[in-house]
Design a protein around this ligand. Sequence first.
Ligand SMILES: [Ca+2]
Ligand SMILES: [Ca+2]
Length: 310
Amino acid sequence: MKSLFITLLFLFVFLHSAPLPSLSVRYPCAHASEIETWKEPLTGMEFVRVPAGCVRMHCAMDPKAASLPDAKPREICGQGLWAGKYEVTRGQFRIFVEATGYRTDAEKEGFSWLYTGKWEKKSGFSWEKAGFDQTDDHPVVHVSWNDATAMAAWLSETGSGRFRLLTEAEWHYACETGAEADCTTAGAEGICTSANVADRTALSAFPAWKTFPCEDGFVYTSPVGQFKPNGAGLHDMQGNVWEWMEDFCDIDAYRDGSMHSPHTPRGSMHTVRGGSWYSGLGYVGCSSRDVLLSPSRRSYDIGFRLLRVP
Ligand SMILES: [Ca+2]
Ligand SMILES: [Ca+2]
């Protein structure tokens, strides 16, 4: 049992630090006047229409394992989708909790995960007690995949429409849209205008970090929408908080070429995308992926974003 735990711990640490290389894509850059939005009335959650298109994506967890089948990029296409304009905020999650009495995995088990020189279980942290200052406009953190899908199920029953997490392919496409056009700022220094990442501001709390060579003004989470949107009009796809995916990336699940291929996660493994306020050089991006070992995993740098089902 001990060796199994050590193996799983090693796998988590290894995968937590294994970003993927960016793949080449071409998408139009949407202008603000062309972006179609819709607001869910119960929560005020805004959604943006991302037009139809295709993405090239692979599912490799280790970019060095280029010979593995999962490392071969596959073109996956969709008819367009409605993605959350922002990460789900603490205030929106509060509406869900107050309507249902829902208790998160962190609350039920009495702890969450924080970094104190190493990742540790720390008692008393939850969506209401992040471990740093947050307002209700910040993305909710310390929420598990179970918690995120529970909110999506509740909103589908109670709100206007049906909602779920994005699949890996949907998220990847929504993130990359406009990425090659002039509407986004790329590069290690430009990242601070479009994402809250591990920047020089963070050195005040984490002096040992290797940060991006710029300042975004936030050590921990920022309110959503503080930074430039991507080419599709979506904010904080990169950075701020990691975002839970509906599925676990398995290239075989995308053989039909659809961005939404209902797929049971492989074992208990689940994926988050995009990097967070905690992520430094090499760990932020549309191809950045992290694999977590349990749907009940939560930490102070993980949140989620919802998709509105057409
Ligand atoms: Ca930052
Ligand atoms: Ca994010």
